[in-house]
Write a protein that binds this ligand. Sequence first.
Ligand SMILES: [Zn+2]
Ligand SMILES: [Zn+2]
Length: 199
Amino acid sequence: MDDSIRPIDFLIAYGPVIIAWIGLSMTLALPAFSLLSAFLQTILILLWSYWGHRFIHTVSAIYPISLLNSHVSIHHDHVIPVPQWFNLILETFVNFMGFFFIVIIQQLTGIHIFSTSLILGAAFLYITIHILDFSLIGNPGHILHHERTFCNYDPEFMDTLFKTRCEPGTPYRNMSNEILHSIFAFLIAMGFKTMLHLD
Ligand SMILES: [Zn+2]
Ligand SMILES: [Zn+2]
């Protein structure tokens, strides 16, 4: 199936949300970090959210690692049967820690590359989209990720760039509605930044 990138369709479907995410994310890192640093942090965190998800599925394809990783054993495969509310609360925590892990590593090593508020913004955005939108409301692309595992890791523009869409021949999903999610997530992060004087 043809999975070459269609540039005009790419810009229409993903351009607005990419601009919003980069702009809002960079705002969280300012003024403690420079514009260039804030930009690079944003790009790295976007790559982290896609590759982190892809990586844990790759390593968890091996038994018994598959059981240890609750994103795979509980959220995906339901190996351990739990009520859906528990699955989603656990998955929210796992998603949060997937980002907050970076803050902990920075504290432990004393190497401070990422803005804490930017990390929080990315974590809240991931949770807002994955738990609220994809899991509670339902999203056809994410349902395919749960059925086939090794595609549609999301965000979709990353799947398009790295050629992991489950159905590459189909039109791109217009992601502009997720600008709303990002405003919501980044406002909460901005609240924490202001209240706790985070960088
Ligand atoms: Zn997954
Ligand atoms: Zn899911």
